[in-house]
Design a protein around this ligand. Structure first.
Ligand SMILES: Nc1nc2c(ncn2[C@@H]2O[C@H](COP(=O)(O)OP(=O)(O)OP(=O)(O)O)[C@@H](O)[C@H]2O)c(=O)[nH]1
Ligand SMILES: [Mg+2]
Length: 195
């Protein structure tokens, strides 16, 4: 049976944060990397999460309920969006930090990385942060449809070494659906283990 995704909560401010008692997997990544497109690809529905070619589209934490498995995928605002004010960026950082803090329901953080780019400092910082606070890290290299095979092999190897992973990160494309089934498998087994 096909899993269904539905947006059930949108959080903009610290005081809107509350405990959501179901397993959660957060999706993080730089602004415009393709987080919302990945949600739509997983859902098989184009308009579920709003996407844009202009960075900074997602400005809230969005909880998508996955059914019938009963866990949440949480789309986070993109980081490194330079065109918004410093004050606003700090506000998001605090919101995300607070969301991560003491969240026993958070099972893993998917870090979505642009497969076309050499490793960026901001991606590395987030990966270390997530590993240091002890959450499982699931790296995903997206926009794979825009890369040549040689480039794909090389970026997979680079990230595998940088993060000290047993396996190379998954190659994904929201455009072609490459990696979609594999990612669903990983998300489900991660969210539902040791319940
Ligand atoms: N070719 C290609 N384009 C993609 C892919 N994923 C996303 N895009 C494009 O990249 C742009 C940004 O996509 P979004 O999904 O809105 O990115 P986001 O990470 O949610 O961005 P913010 O909400 O601003 O943080 C859009 O123009 C998408 O069409 C992909 O796998 N392949
Ligand atoms: Mg988005």
């Amino acid at each position: 049976m096909h899993s269904q995704l539905s947006l059930i909560k949108t959080i903009y401010t610290l005081d809107q944060l509350e405990v959501m008692p179901k397993p959660q997997i957060a999706l993080a990544g730089r602004s415009n990397v393709g987080k919302s497109s990945l949600i739509n690809c997983l859902a098989g529905r184009k308009g579920l999460a709003k996407t844009s070619s202009t960075p900074g589209k997602t400005r809230s934490l969005n909880f998508y309920l996955v059914q019938p498995e009963e866990f949440y995928l949480v789309d986070l605002p993109g980081y490194g969006y330079a065109r918004c004010s410093k004050k606003e960026r700090e506000k998001w950082a605090r919101l995300i930090e607070q969301y991560f803090k003491n969240n026993e329901w958070l099972k893993a953080v998917v870090i979505i990385i642009d497969a076309r780019l050499s490793p960026q400092a901001m991606d590395m910082e987030l990966a270390s942060y997530v590993q240091n606070i002890g959450f499982k890290l699931i790296p995903v290299l997206t926009k794979a449809d825009k890369c040549k095979q040689k480039q794909k092999n090389s970026i997979q190897k680079t990230w595998q070494e940088l993060l000290g992973l047993a396996d190379p990160p998954l190659l994904f494309s929201s455009k072609t659906g490459q990696g979609k089934n594999k990612l669903w498998q990983t998300l489900k087994s991660t969210a539902l283990q040791r319940l």
